[in-house]
Design a protein around this ligand. Structure first.
Ligand code: IMP
Ligand code: MG
Length: 180
């Protein structure tokens, strides 16, 4: 895999076709569950930007999208446990049905923080759609309504996921060979 001239890009974990097939299923499920509710899909930047773009187009009902940026990892591959809002939402969540769109849930600390924050804004309902859940690392009690794939405990890149801002543009999800 030398397409990006980088030998830290490992084996393909999830191909473009596998990802798209699963997103079609998730989109249909969400469309069915939220018919008549005009949900807001809230993506957590930057990692979820590509998943959000594909998922939103797979949900065939009226909906809105918004984006929030939090910092959790910085340029490292390890969780700092510190979550900070870098960019807040534009849409008022009060009385709205909200679906948080996450790229990957690792410790779950980011998600726990977002849930608390959004619930305090008076949402009518709040669920999570995570493309990936890394097995075995969750420190917080999580309630994930929609899950794309459960993956083994290795660091991954591509399809929005980065290491120090690189590799987000890989069309598939790959193992990262540079993780400590
Ligand atoms: P958590 O708070 O530990 O659940 O961290 C979740 C966030 O860490 C994700 O939204 C990603 O931005 C980042 N992250 C966790 N694991 C990976 C990975 O394997 N590759 C790239 N980013 C990751
Ligand atoms: Mg993220």
């Amino acid at each position: 895999m030398a397409a990006q001239g980088d030998d830290l890009i490992g084996d393909v974990l999830l191909s473009e076709a596998q990802i798209q097939e699963r997103i079609t299923e998730l989109g249909a499920e969400i469309a069915r569950d939220y018919a008549g509710k005009a949900p807001i899909l809230v993506a957590v930047l930057k990692g979820a930007f590509i998943f959000m773009a594909d998922l939103a187009r797979a949900v065939d009902i009226p909906l809105e999208v918004d984006f929030m940026a939090v910092s959790s990892y910085g340029a490292s591959t390890r969780s700092s446990g510190v979550v900070r809002i870098v960019k807040d939402l534009d849409i008022d969540l009060h009385d709205r049905h909200v679906i948080i769109v996450e790229d990957i849930v690792d410790s779950g600390l980011t998600l726990r923080y977002l849930r608390k924050t959004f619930e305090s804004r008076g949402t009518a309902s709040l669920e999570v759609c995570a493309l990936l859940v890394r097995e075995g690392n969750q420190q917080a009690e999580l309630d994930l309504r929609y899950i794309g794939f459960r993956i083994p405990p290795a660091f991954v890149i591509g399809y929005g996921l980065d290491v120090a801002e690189r590799y987000r543009n890989l069309p598939h999800i790959a193992d990262y060979k540079g993780a400590e």
